[in-house]
Design a protein around this ligand. Structure first.
Ligand SMILES: *Cc1c(COP(=O)(O)O)cnc(C)c1O
Length: 395
């Protein structure tokens, strides 16, 4: 993309975060001398196996679970796939349970997987209700859960509009009905401490590149006793639940990233919340016909998301990029054939609003000056995008 400003301000941490240099250092030896396959008997292999098991211990300590409840995967998407498909297939085999209950604002990794289970494998997919902020409720889960429900999946914190779900309460409903609950915590794990002794979910997905770790690695927490079948078959790695040689450098990096994150989180979360609220307040004050999407307070501390009436979100992103700011619409619009995000429509927004979405996500070290600069240009850029859109629709 052509830019007049070569210095880029990155405000898209929900899409991916930069690798922490300390994480890169921890990974390096495993790209160099430590090249053994962790399944091999010899010293090279054992060195890799030790790196993997130490990483598993470290991650389990951060999440307060047992190391053998953590399965390493290639990222958030694979973890969601394994959770949904693996539990659904096991539950059908075990007790003929074929009902799947998910929130209507799940990440596609959950939603498309659930749809495929319905279309190809005979499961019955039902959606929970959400309020105007995209929150599911324990009451609604209780109303819709059935004896033949195979799995419930409710996103911890939404990637598009930041809303955090009342997961503790939902988890209690699921556990009292003896139905496994999966949560996609890929965003949440980057900004909230997760304690799996106090949070009674059965499965939880996470991915390292959202918390300053490498891309292409993640994990799935599977509570002891949860029925699950492998979906990637082959060797006996990962307790027979995920075949394939482990990505040793990335697993080491993920453990290091999580440790650094936890050490710094309470301080950085407070800073981010302040900047987030500054962004939200300024936009709502200064941009006419603007709305916050997602919950005003029960949201990710780094996440501000909006819709602007009569604006083309993609056009706006390109204009911001030219100004030197990297943001997101939070959704997958197709150039030429813009379709509003299903998740924004589930919040009750019509196309006129939902097509003009903007997601601004800051990071642990985003300085106030960058936010100030962004806010100083945003209202005029939106005004320009709006006048272009008005001119096009008058043609
Ligand atoms: C990024 C993301 C994913 C996908 O994770 P990958 O590691 O990129 O595959 C899934 N769910 C949510 C909520 C995400 O933000």
């Amino acid at each position: 993309m052509v830019t007049k400003n070569s210095i880029k301000t990155y405000l898209d941490f929900a899409a991916s975060s930069p690798l922490d240099p300390r994480v890169f250092e921890a990974m390096k030896p495993h790209f160099e001398s430590n090249h053994g396959n962790p399944a091999s008997i010899h010293t090279f292999g054992q060195r890799s196996e030790t790196a993997v098991s130490t990483s598993r211990d470290r991650i389990a300590r951060e999440f307060n679970c047992s190391p053998n409840e953590i399965i390493f995967t290639s990222g958030g998407t694979e973890s969601d796939n394994l959770a949904l498909r693996g539990v659904a297939l096991a539950q059908r085999k075990l007790k003929d349970a074929t009902h799947i209950l998910i929130s209507p604002v799940e990440h596609d990794a959950v939603k498309v997987t659930a749809k495929q289970l319905a279309e190809l494998h005979g499961f019955e997919l039902e959606y929970l209700e959400v309020d105007e902020f995209g929150r599911a409720s324990p009451e609604n889960v209780q109303a819709k859960i059935r004896p033949d429900t195979a799995i419930v999946s409710v996103i911890y914190a939404n990637n598009e509009f930041g809303t955090v779900n009342p997961l503790h309460e939902i988890a209690q409903v699921c556990s009292s009905n003896n139905v496994p609950l999966h949560t996609d915590a890929v965003q949440a794990a980057a900004y909230f401490p997760i304690d799996l002794q106090s949070l009674p979910v059965d499965l939880l997905s996470f991915g390292a590149h959202k918390f300053y770790g490498p891309k292409g690695v993640g994990g799935l927490f599977i509570r002891h006793g949860t029925p699950i079948l492998p979906t990637q078959t082959g060797g006996s790695q990962e307790s027979d639940l995920r075949a394939g040689t482990l990505n040793v450098p990335s697993i080491v990096g993920m453990a290091e990233a999580l440790k650094i994150l936890k050490d710094e989180l309470s301080e950085s979360a407070a800073k981010m919340t302040e900047l987030r609220d500054l962004i939200i307040q300024t936009v709502l004050d200064q941009v006419p016909n603007s709305k916050l999407t997602g919950h005003p307070t029960e949201r990710l501390p780094n996440h501000a998301s909006f819709v602007f009436k009569g604006v083309d979100g993609n056009e706006l992103l390109m204009m911001l990029d030219v100004e030197g700011f990297a943001c997101s619409s939070g959704s997958a619009c197709h150039t030429g054939n813009p379709k509003p995000s299903e998740n924004l429509k589930a919040l009750g927004l019509d196309s006129d609003w939902a097509l003009g979405s903007l997601r601004v996500t800051i990071g642990n070290h985003t300085p106030r000056t960058e936010v100030d600069q962004f806010l100083s240009i945003l209202p005029s850029v939106i005004a320009r995008a709006r006048s272009i859109e008005a001119a096009i629709s008058n043609e």
